[in-house]
Design a protein around this ligand. Structure first.
Ligand SMILES: NC(=O)c1ccc[n+]([C@@H]2O[C@H](COP(=O)([O-])OP(=O)(O)OC[C@H]3O[C@@H](n4cnc5c(N)ncnc54)[C@H](O)[C@@H]3O)[C@@H](O)[C@H]2O)c1
Length: 347
């Protein structure tokens, strides 16, 4: 099986590549990435891209058809992939996350690719504190990033069919160790603060709800989507990926970190403006469809894994929120040096 993974050089990609190499016998993995975060390695002894069979450096907005020749499945990860980046680079977010994704799906179908797995996000539910959202619930995207996922999902639904199976995985917020660790994710931020300064600073009042998932469980969900029986959900399927037990309020995440790393002070910003992005999500459908690929990690395992990973890196940067572990900082730095132009193309 030949699988193209776009955006394989980010946070999720290296975990996915390792997982697919061990779970699908004789798989051929092709990576395609702009390499924005290529230098942001954290705890890796090797360049993770050594594990792909072919690595392209390129822009998904200008993908060459020849790259898709003979490809059986695409896992489409490449994106400007969080709210702060989407706010700063709004037009580019729409171009990369939405327009390029739809174009890629169209071209893939024309080229005879059979399977398209799209990395979507539960952030499309936006504000949903009253009851846990199911796949049938109304969408309420509050940011450019979330909107880009909603628009893409709608359009690729229309492209699906005639032996082109599309799965949109609406992921919970990721957490956990990766060879390209990110600290702009809530749980990772809390563990980093605890390790570097014995402080967890909650920027909100701590009440927003977030569903979370370990990044390695995301990889297992993608493996399931690649090989799912299309009779179970037709040729288009959108499914929430996570588990009901992993719906947490932000303050509970902080106190769970304190359980693992006890000498930590948790500060809550009681005067913070309410964070509208608060949602609980129902994952029953994923449990029904993919009983053998349910999340394996629990919250405490994940915190311990992050603690051990950060400690083994000798991590002690109290100002990590100003570092390149925050994706927006990395993009801004490349822009500031004139290496990327305003469209986030290499200058
Ligand atoms: N991390 C999360 O919490 C989370 C949650 C839900 C969904 N997702 C989705 O999963 C996917 C992967 O997330 P991630 O955390 O690994 O993101 P990431 O930002 O770490 O990685 C994205 C990768 O895409 C690449 N990329 C961006 N624009 C590109 C372009 N024009 N052409 C080629 N490559 C390009 C970047 O260089 C980067 O390596 C994204 O689509 C994201 O929206 C992530």
């Amino acid at each position: 099986m030949k699988i193209l993974i776009t955006g394989n050089m980010g946070y999720v990609g290296p975990c996915l590549v390792s997982h697919l190499k061990t779970s699908i016998p004789n798989v051929i993995l092709i990576g395609l990435d702009m390499g924005y975060f290529a230098t942001c390695l954290s705890n890796s002894d090797i360049l993770p891209e050594c594990r792909t069979d072919i690595q392209y450096f390129g822009d998904v907005r200008k993908i060459k058809k020849s790259i898709l020749e003979g490809v059986d499945a695409i896992v489409h990860l490449s994106a400007i992939s969080n709210d702060p980046m989407g706010k700063t680079y709004e037009a580019v977010t729409m171009d990369i996350n939405y327009k390029a994704s739809v174009q890629l799906a169209k071209t893939a179908k024309e080229m005879g690719v059979k399977t398209f797995v799209f990395a979507s996000s539960c952030s499309m539910y936006g504000a949903a504190e009253d009851s846990a959202r199911t796949e049938a619930s109304p969408l309420n995207p509050l940011t450019a990033y979330a909107k880009s996922k909603v628009y893409t999902e709608k359009d690729i639904n229309e492209i699906a069919g005639d032996e082109f199976a599309v799965t949109s995985l609406r992921f919970s917020t990721a957490c956990g160790m990766s060879p390209r660790l990110r600290l702009d994710l809530v749980l990772n931020d809390f563990v980093a603060g605890a390790i570097a300064s014995n402080q967890i600073t909650i920027l909100s009042d701590g009440t927003p709800w977030r569903p979370l998932i370990n990044v390695k469980d995301m990889a297992r969900a993608i493996e399931w989507a690649i090989s799912r029986d299309t009779t179970s959900g037709g040729e288009f399927l959108a499914v929430n990926v996570g588990s009901n037990e992993w719906n947490y309020q932000v303050k509970d995440l902080a106190y769970a970190v304190k359980e693992v790393i006890p000498d930590v002070e948790v500060s809550i910003n009681k005067n913070a403006a309410p964070d509208k992005r608060s949602y609980r999500v129902n994952f029953d459908y994923y449990k029904k469809l993919a009983p053998d690929h349910q999340p394996k990690y629990n919250l405490i395992d994940t915190i311990e894994e992050l603690r051990d990973g950060l400690e083994s890196m000798g991590f002690n940067d109290e100002k990590f929120r100003d570092s390149n572990y925050m994706r927006l900082n990395m993009l801004n730095q490349l822009r500031g040096k004139g290496l990327l132009n305003e469209n986030l193309e290499w200058a």
